[in-house]
Design a protein around this ligand. Structure first.
Ligand SMILES: *[C@@H]1O[C@H](CO)[C@@H](O)[C@H](O)[C@H]1NC(C)=O
Ligand SMILES: *[C@@H]1O[C@H](CO)[C@@H](O)[C@H](O)[C@H]1NC(C)=O
Length: 875
């Protein structure tokens, strides 16, 4: 009783905080989100900047929203820069503005795209299904289940994804779970989408009002308002349609269902961030069937505030167990799109779900990637998902795409939470991975066996979700220890990528000392942040090979991606190495397999291993991502050994590592709040091995005659190759250590400057609020909507120096210049054709039209006309 009283108090508090999402008038006002030092007074900051303090920002600690009269400028940035200037000239002692750690002026941007299918390419009207004959015993069983559970829903028998009497076994295997009384009781799923019809007779009983909000129209009810707002309601029906006389049932038909409406109008990162944490003590699972366009050319990631919200959810949602984000992998497979080019699906905090059709085959649309964890049923094979639709008593037989797979998975996770509400966000990922059932294992070359004996396919991930298997495993699941991580230093490569199949490979060895220091026992996620300069992004592909020779295809070529850019601090993610120790040599292979006039250079990369800690008492809290994470490329100067084989320097080097004092800034008292958690500077002392495999013949010669591995201008001391490695390794270690020290002091100073303890010229760029945004789980996004400034600050020079420079990526501008009403047109069915037209029009618009808030807001106004209520509200 006491517990539930506290829980409901917490709920009330959350509600009080959460509903403070005030109507916004972007025509008259500007909105800023500021992150303040804990002891800074928001009112004083507001006075000093001439703003008014609206209130705390969502669930993010020490973040506040401020309002100002509309201005072209970022007036906060201006003031902060001015403040820095004064400080630099030693004018003025302390200032209230020194308490501002971060500032971001909010901009309206187009909402993310729903992952529905274009009608033309979508489910044809059930031709195949009509040809199929149900299996009598299965029909019998279906009837028995319905009778036992008193399911009288009229379309239950059409809901093949729940029970498939035709292709027996091709369903989510849930009925025996229900028969145990596990139906999602006490579990809550929030559908983050274009609305949820809480007046539908199929949803109203399970509707959870407290966890719901309309961020587009700033009202409590996320009711569908545009004629196109059907997507969220269909998704909600899959999860939580009640057992009644309306349509069918949800997979967790006794769960509670909330709606968070964000896809129906222009939105700011701030509002999306608040939505992703909305009522996060009670909303347990967030189902997200949307993302950057699946056009095979977009590469986009959530902005830093949204990334902060997602990390905050992992750390503080559900009383610290962590919110569970479920994302649709994307529908762009036919466009060669890949879910590793989407910063939501490749976040370690999301469970990425792909689709299979009612015959168990891969539907043409479902995107693959190494970040995909599981698949489940959706449209294709002659049918679609049958679910609730908008309206008091309306059903849809047209729901599909990966949009329909993600909510189904979310509902199944809700079943697991009924039996084990204490599962953490990582426990749920383990369970999903561990209990998935591989499908189509006979497809040649599709499956590989992982280090822990699991089967993984980039198309089918660990396999399809088996509800029964998952819930049974959940009952006895032993919770995993807290998360730990190891971050490698930046590994500098700076080599041209040879065209052809061989590619450029670079290795990094993870030593036992590194893992010890990182308190890391076994892996879950692996992320690689990398920079590649290229004149055509779609030509590049990237593989990561683990010490146990398990391969992640981090990036695949994309025939439609003509972007004149490479990767700018883009982070790829893999779940393929789940369960490995991480120990040993990791090799990354960057290829340019398209033989054409486009060329590129692999600049640098950075490996992050995430997993379970050895000693829970040493677990750390990951700091919030900042705009500068991963900017310190200079911290480590790694040794680049051209044209060596993959053999690493022998053990002495690794042992030597130990003997060297570590320059780990995290041991330093000056360690700033936002420093990376484990800056393993010392690990720099392990030289990376670069191998341009196009020099393979030379390598073979080298292997047999080791004395040739050195560049000719270096002396060999007349000793064996092995000893040379040792000598040069040691010299390299010392050099690297010294430069590491130098850089460390440089960085430390830079940070002090940032914290207002010193003054320096290079300090200016730090206040650029757009600097290096678009991070994913602590990393910067590539050519994302926020990625441009990052390119300017660091990558700008880099890319300018390369192949005639990098005018900002076209996609980026196109993306932002796209008119909103076009988008709304495109987000409904029939997108392919609209998309073509849109692209043409965009081409025209792009000439000379600079992106501006004004432009966007204007579009929004146009849209208001479309904004007519979908139907009368006489419920
Ligand atoms: C499905 O559930 C049944 C119990 O209802 C279980 O025996 C079986 O292993 C599950 N999985 C598959 C793939 O059939
Ligand atoms: C629902 O949750 C409450 C509070 O955690 C708990 O007391 C109750 O037993 C749960 N009910 C079910 C059916 O699991």
């Amino acid at each position: 009783m006491k517990v539930s009283a506290i829980a409901s108090l917490m709920g009330l508090a959350a509600l009080a905080a959460a509903t403070r999402v005030l109507p916004r008038n972007y025509d008259a006002n500007d909105y800023y989100v500021l992150h303040l030092e804990r002891d800074a007074s928001p009112d004083q900051v507001a006075r000093s900047l001439g703003l008014s303090h609206e209130g705390p920002f969502g669930e993010l600690k020490d973040h506040h929203v401020f309002v100002a009269r509309k201005s072209e400028d970022d007036i906060v940035k201006r003031e902060l820069v001015e403040r820095r200037r004064r400080r630099k000239r030693s004018l003025g002692g302390t200032d209230v503005l020194d308490g501002v750690k971060f500032s971001q002026k909010q901009k309206l941007r187009k909402p993310w795209e729903k992952r529905v299918l274009p009608r033309a390419a979508g489910p044809a009207k059930l031709n195949l299904r009509q040809e199929s004959v149900p299996v009598a015993s299965a029909v019998e069983r279906q009837r028995f289940v319905a009778q036992q559970l008193q399911i009288k829903d009229p379309i239950f028998n059409e809901q093949w994804h729940l029970f498939n009497p035709v292709q027996v076994g091709h369903d989510v295997n849930v009925t025996d779970v229900w028969l145990q009384g596990v139906t999602g009781k006490n579990a809550t799923v929030a559908i983050v989408d274009d609305g949820l019809d809480m007046y539908s007779d199929d949803l109203k009983d399970n509707y959870y009002a407290q966890g719901s909000y309309d961020f587009n129209d700033k009202t409590d009810e996320p009711r569908p308002r545009l004629s196109d707002d059907r997507h969220g309601t269909r998704c909600a029906g899959e999860v939580s349609a009640g057992k009644n006389k309306v349509c069918g049932v949800g997979v967790a038909y006794d769960s509670r269902i909330a709606g968070l409406r964000i896809l129906s109008k222009l939105i700011s990162d701030a509002d999306e961030a608040v939505a992703m944490n909305y009522d996060f003590q009670n909303n347990q699972i967030y189902s997200c069937s949307w993302g950057p366009p699946d056009d095979g050319r977009s590469m986009d990631a959530p902005g830093v505030l949204i990334r902060r919200a997602m990390l905050n959810a992992a750390q503080n949602g559900r009383g610290g167990l962590g919110s569970i984000y479920v994302f649709a992998s994307g529908n762009g497979a036919a466009n060669d799109d890949n879910c590793n080019f989407d910063g939501y699906t490749n976040s370690i905090y999301s469970i990425t779900v792909g689709a299979i059709d009612r015959k168990g085959s891969h539907p043409y649309y479902s995107e693959k990637c190494s970040a995909s964890l599981v698949v489940t049923y959706s449209s294709g094979g002659g049918d679609a998902i049958h679910t609730t639709d908008v309206g008091q008593n309306s059903c849809s037989d047209q729901h599909g795409g990966t949009s329909a797979a993600a909510p189904l998975a979310a509902g199944i996770f809700a079943l697991a939470l009924q039996v084990r509400p204490d599962l953490s966000w990582r426990d749920m990922q383990y369970l999903a991975m561990d209990t998935a059932v591989p499908v189509n294992t006979d497809i040649d070359g599709e499956w590989q066996t992982t280090a822990i004996g699991k089967k993984y396919s980039h198309t089918f991930a660990y396999g399809k979700i088996d509800s029964y298997g998952l819930v049974e495993a959940a009952k006895t699941w032993k919770k995993v220890k807290p998360q730990a991580w190891f971050f490698s230093p930046w590994i500098h490569v700076n080599e041209d990528i040879p065209e052809g199949d061989v590619g450029l490979s670079v290795s990094f060895e993870v030593t036992p000392e590194m893992l010890d220091e990182a308190n890391l026992e076994r892996l879950e996620h692996v992320t690689v942040t990398m920079n590649v300069a290229h004149t055509r992004r779609g030509d590049i592909s990237v593989d990561l090979i683990s010490p146990s020779k398990v391969v992640s295809h981090l990036a695949a070529t994309r025939r439609l991606d003509n972007t004149e850019a490479g990767y700018d601090d883009w982070t790829f993610m893999s779940v393929v190495h789940w369960g490995e120790t991480g120990l040993g040599t990791w090799t990354i292979v960057v290829k340019d397999t398209k033989i054409n006039e486009h060329r590129g250079k692999f600049i640098d990369w950075h490996l992050k291993l995430w997993g379970e800690s050895v000693d829970p008492s040493k677990a750390k809290v990951l700091p919030m991502p900042t705009e500068e994470d991963d900017n310190d490329h200079a911290v480590i100067a790694t040794t680049t050994l051209a044209a060596t084989t993959t053999s690493l320097p022998p053990d002495p080097a690794a042992t030597e590592t130990d003997a060297l004092p570590t320059g780990n800034p995290s041991d330093h008292p000056d360690r700033p709040v936002n420093a990376k958690p484990t800056e393993t500077t010392s690990s720099a002392t392990v030289p990376a091995t670069v191998s341009a495999t196009n020099t393979a013949p030379a390598q073979e010669a080298e292997t047999t005659a080791p004395s040739t591995w050195l560049p000719s201008f270096l002396p060999t001391f007349g000793v064996s190759g092995r000893t040379q490695v040792w000598i040069y390794g040691s010299v390299g270690l010392i050099a690297v250590f010294c430069s590491g020290l130098g850089v460390y002091f440089y960085m430390a100073r830079r940070r002090r400057v940032r914290n207002g303890e010193a003054r320096a010229d290079y300090d200016f760029e730090l206040l650029n609020d757009e600097e290096a945004e678009g991070l994913n789980s602590g990393e910067k996004g590539a050519a994302g909507k926020n990625g441009r400034a990052g390119r300017r600050t660091r990558g700008g020079e880099l890319y300018d120096a390369f192949a005639g420079g990098s005018d900002d990526d076209d996609d980026d501008d196109e993306y932002r210049d796209r008119a909103y009403n076009e988008i709304m047109g495109g987000s409904s069915e029939g997108r392919e054709e609209v998309g073509e037209k849109r692209r043409e029009r965009r081409g025209e618009e792009d000439d000379g039209s600079d992106e501006s808030d004004q432009h966007v807001v204007g579009d929004d106004d146009d849209d208001e006309e479309e904004d007519a209520p979908l139907r009368n509200t006489g419920h």
